[in-house]
Each structure stands twice: as C-alpha cells, then as structure tokens.
Design a protein around this ligand. Structure first.
Ligand SMILES: [Zn+2]
Length: 279
C-alpha cells in the first residue's frame, strides 16, 4: 500500500532548507478562525485569530520563516499579532524557527516539558539530519498541562499528550463558531504521526525512544478516534492531501474542510502504516 506520507522526509527538508520557494504555498483559510500560514507545503503552521491576538501552531524551519512572515502580510497581519506559539513536538522542522519568531514577536513559546527534555538531553534526536537547515534551540516560556487549556481571546486550545512520534508529542483541540450559521466546530491537529521514528531501525540507534512509545501510539489511536472532530488539520499537509487540494476554496458557508470522517480515517491510516512497519 502506498501511504500519503511515503516520500522521503529528507527530499523535502533539503529543498526547504536550500530552495524554500520551490515549496511555497499562499496562505489560506481552513476554518472560521484558522489559516494555514507556514508559506510552504512541507510543514504546517496554523494561525488562529482569537479576537485578541493570534495563536500560532508550529513554526517551520528558519530558512522558510520569511514565507511564514509573508503569509501573515498577505493576510493583512503583522508578526506581532502572534501572542503565543505552540510547538507540536520536539523535531526541528516544527520548532526550528520558533525561537527567531519568539524574538521577533515577543510571543510566549509553549511546548511539552517532555520534548523540551528531549532537546536538552538528546539534541541529535530533536535536530535529526537537518540537511542544510539551521534550526535554533527554542526557549519555552511555558509547558503544556493537559488539565489547563491555553486561552487567548475567546479561543481555548486543549492539549493532549500523544506520545509515539516523539515522547512529548502534543495534539491540539479547540472550538470555533461559524459566524454565519453559528454552528460550533471542533478543530484538531494531531501533533505527530510519522513512522520515521516508530520503527525498529530508529529504535536500534535511539537513546531516547523505545518501542514502548510505539505501543502507546497504537493504543491511543482508538481513544483518539472517539473524539468527535469536525475539522482535522495535519501537521504535515501530505498526511491529509485534501488540505492543499482545497486551498483557497474556504467560505463560511461552504466549509470545505468540515468533514467528521477525516479525523478517524486519518488515524486509522496512520495505525495501519505503523502496524505494517511492525509486520
Ligand atoms: Zn517529527
């Protein structure tokens, strides 16, 4: 079976580090309050307008940061509109530009304590082969607590520790109201599902990750599938190809990304992929 995510990570990171314009993507809206703003097609970054400043999920790498900033400009926003930066997991393609963005915007930087430790104690497993990228060490201001939502304006993002891809990988859930229909949608982004760190080759060389994390990932899948999610966003667009395919089609009336079937199908597909690696 050919999986959505089967093309080598290394091809993309190399291109993004050296010729980021080749992966450039214009910003587009995905839900009433959220826009895809990474400016490129490899790593997702999402801007949530809370009515009192913005939250940003994931930052990409430094070499593509100008594309993210350009996305903000194209949406008529400024970097300083970002008040909180949330990192999904301790891999450089998600946090690599976060510190630069924190310095630029003065935003609070949030991540899981577990992945902050991964960075500290096993930097080689957080920075991975960066292939020409120059990711910077993030300095988090706050750590996630799954018992306490992160609130800004009228948006509250609930975090959920979803280990596997990294030990502290964190998923995000929040609600948004459609201003036209007043329907309320649950929007979610799983923090990381890549099998590149959940296979025996990786475990053979890893100091930080063990097969117990893969077991946890698999045992969490049916639990996560029970969470009703109206709009599922991928941390990498290639995990849910419809994200980019429908770019630019959003209207409050159409809701092209509203499909309750996407979240469980996405999780099932990832489960199958990991089980195939095991076989
Ligand atoms: Zn990762």
């Amino acid at each position: 079976m050919e999986y959505y995510c089967s093309q080598s990570l290394l091809d993309y990171v190399g291109t993004l580090a050296h010729e980021p314009w080749k992966l450039a993507v214009k910003p587009f809206q995905v839900s009433p309050r959220t826009w895809y703003v990474s400016g490129q097609s490899w790593v997702g970054s999402y801007l949530i307008d809370t009515g009192d400043g913005c939250l940003l999920i994931d930052a990409g790498i430094p070499e593509s940061l100008y594309l993210l900033v350009n996305s903000l400009c194209e949406l008529g926003r400024k970097p300083s509109d970002i008040k909180k930066i949330l990192i999904s997991h301790g891999h450089f393609d998600h946090f690599g530009a976060a510190e630069a963005l924190r310095q630029l915007t003065g935003a609070e930087l949030w991540m899981s304590k577990i992945d902050a430790r991964l960075l500290e104690n096993y930097p080689e497993e957080a920075f991975l082969p960066a292939l020409g990228s120059h990711p910077q060490t993030p300095h988090p201001d706050h750590f996630y607590s799954d018992d306490e939502a992160i609130t800004l304006g009228d948006i509250s993002v609930r975090t959920l520790l979803t280990p596997g891809h990294t030990p502290g990988c964190t998923s995000f859930f929040w609600n948004e109201e459609n201003p036209v229909t007043h329907e309320v949608y649950t929007v979610a982004m799983h923090g990381g599902v890549g099998g590149n760190t959940m296979n025996n080759d990786y475990y053979a060389h890893s100091q930080a990750l063990t097969p117990a994390l893969r077991d946890r990932f698999l045992s969490d899948i049916p639990i996560l599938m029970q969470i009703p999610v109206d709009i599922a966003l991928p941390s990498h667009p290639n995990q849910i190809p419809a994200l980019l395919q429908k770019a630019g089609t959003y209207t409050h009336e159409r809701q092209p990304y509203h499909d309750e079937a996407v979240w469980p199908a996405f999780l099932k597909e990832r489960e199958d992929q990991i089980r195939e690696l095991l076989a």
